[in-house]
Design a protein around this ligand. Structure first.
Ligand code: NBP
Length: 479
């Protein structure tokens, strides 16, 4: 046994992670259900480092140093269970199974519990950054026992992306916490992408700019506070012209957005936790709605807003407003993601370090951005930070963005351009800021039809009004 780590599942992600370990000096046992992928890896990349190819699970396990570290990179779902069932009987107490696939955190909790009973460590690990990240340094979010992190953590930190000399990998917490945090990363990614897409749409339809001009605007923004991987690639996509037709690439692509499901999981889970992640939800629903061609066809003949051409000066000032609206909405979307992580951490007893989550997302992953260092710093300055908006600088930025943000959302409505994530972010801001919400009326409605009771603003206790009686007498229900 000579390998410090083994990777089974050698499609794009597993192959690149195996190469990343080998390039960092580790001896890597490699295995795949069908041997062809193992052979191809050795043939193409065998020269990059020390690989130990294994044909059978027995050979693979025998190649691993103890405690064994076995990384599974197969299709998420039942394939992961099959692979665990195949390998677990071959392992000994203290060995580790690491699942780097996109598992649902509830599956990870179930698998961790079952393997813990057999004396094995199960480390559900979020990996972000796609195939390039896997090869050159992803953001890694391992969940599991502290004991397993002590053995495995240094290796994962070494192959992860690094920012300012710090690894984009940290021990998130126990059982499903790593996959949970990866899921929320993807939810935030959905919101970020939707906000950027709405900014583009408004600049085009209201501002009257071409995709090439908007690409320039995004390039400029990428040199400011919006500096991020997503803004950078957005500029590239917008600047691209289709080789066949010479038209802007964005005009020849069907406007129906796909998804693999992690955004949907985020929203489903947020409802269970009571986390108001409205910008993430709107971003997810916007993708769903874009693909509902039959509904879109039914709505298409109906009237929209009033289009009005902007003068060059107005268009320039509108662009500045959109930047403000995008930045303010982004703060809200990220704050929603962090709220959800905080809620889950309390629910499941994970004790997640919220600043560390920002730190490990500064590099390697899809939402990597200068902005995340600000979130890291805000949590470092105040470990009990309840919301980003409780930090002075974020609060000031949101304050400064007010007029522009509201003008953009109102302008979008007037023009009939959908801005669901911008609108949801602003509505979330106004909801949480509001001294008086119409929730009081909803309590009245609930009490009227269902005797659900209410609390008074001026007295302790639960109350019910007997709405059916003409005098509508109030009774206290908790005594
Ligand atoms: P895929 O998700 O396409 O899975 C292909 C791999 O799973 C192959 O090695 C295949 O073996 C193996 N496999 C399957 Br399918 N069923 C199996 C079974 N019953 N038993 C054993 N092996 C089985 O690969 P990927 O795109 O590299 O992704 C791997 C994991 O990483 C997934 O969970 C994915 O969600 C996650 N992830 C992907 C990305 C990304 O950007 N692609 C990013 C982050 C995380 P075979 O060769 O014998 O068919």
């Amino acid at each position: 046994a000579s390998a410090q780590i083994g990777v089974t599942g050698l499609a794009v992600m597993g192959r690149n992670l195996a190469r990343n370990f080998a390039r960092n000096g580790y001896t890597v046992a490699v295995h795949n259900r069908s041997a062809g992928r193992t052979e191809a890896l050795i043939e193409e990349f065998g020269h990059e480092g020390a690989f130990v190819p294994a044909e059978s699970p027995q050979e693979f396990v025998a190649a691993l140093e103890r405690p064994r570290r076995l990384l599974i990179m197969v299709k998420a779902g039942s394939a992961t269970d099959q692979v665990i069932d195949e390998f677990a009987p071959l392992l000994e107490p203290g060995d580790m199974i690491i699942d780097g696939g996109n598992a649902h955190f509830a599956d990870t909790r179930r698998r961790e519990r079952a393997l813990r009973e057999r004396g094995l460590h199960f480390v559900g690990t979020g990996v972000s950054g796609g195939e390039e990240g896997a090869l050159h340094g992803p953001s890694i979010m391992p969940g599991g026992s502290a004991e397993s992190y002590a053995v495995l953590g240094p290796m994962l930190e070494r192959i992860s992306a690094h920012v300012d000399g710090e690894p984009c990998c940290t021990h998130i917490g126990t059982d499903g916490s790593g996959h949970f945090v990866k899921m929320v990363h993807n939810g935030i990614e959905y919101a970020d992408m939707q906000l950027i897409a709405e900014a583009y749409h408004l600049l085009r339809e209201v501002g009257g700019h071409s995709p090439a001009e908007i690409a320039e605007t995004f390039r400029r923004w990428n040199r400011g506070r919006l500096d991020s991987y997503l803004i950078e690639i957005t500029a590239e996509v917008l600047a691209h012209t289709d080789a066949d037709t010479g038209r802007p690439f964005v005009d020849i692509v069907q406007d129906a957005a796909g998804q693999k499901g992690t955004g949907r999981w985020t929203v489903q889970t947020a409802l269970d936790l009571g986390s108001p992640v409205t910008a993430i939800a709107q971003a997810t629903f916007a993708r769903v709605a874009s693909s509902r061609s039959e509904l879109r066809a039914a709505y298409r003949p109906l009237p929209g807003g009033t289009r009005q051409e902007l003068s060059p000066d107005e268009a320039e000032s509108f662009t500045r407003d959109v930047e403000q609206a995008l930045y303010a909405s982004k703060i809200i979307a990220y704050d929603q993601g962090w709220t959800m992580i905080r809620d889950a951490s309390a629910e499941y007893g994970w004790s997640i370090d919220l600043g560390a989550v920002a730190r490990i997302w500064r590099g390697g992953c899809i939402i990597r951005a200068a902005f995340l260092d600000r979130i890291r710093a805000a949590h470092a300055a105040d470990p009990g930070l309840v919301s980003l908006l409780a930090e002075e600088r974020f609060a000031r930025e949101i304050t400064d963005a007010q007029a522009s943000w509201r003008a953009v959302v109102a302008g979008a409505a007037r023009h009939g351009i959908p801005a669901p994530a911008f609108s949801a972010a602003l509505a979330s801001y106004d909801t949480l800021r509001g001294a008086h919400l119409p929730a009081a009326l909803i309590q009245g409605q609930r009490d009227y039809f269902g005797a659900h009771t209410y609390h008074r603003t001026d007295r302790e206790g639960s109350y019910h009004t007997r709405w059916a009686e003409p005098a509508r007498p109030e009774v206290r229900t908790d005594t």
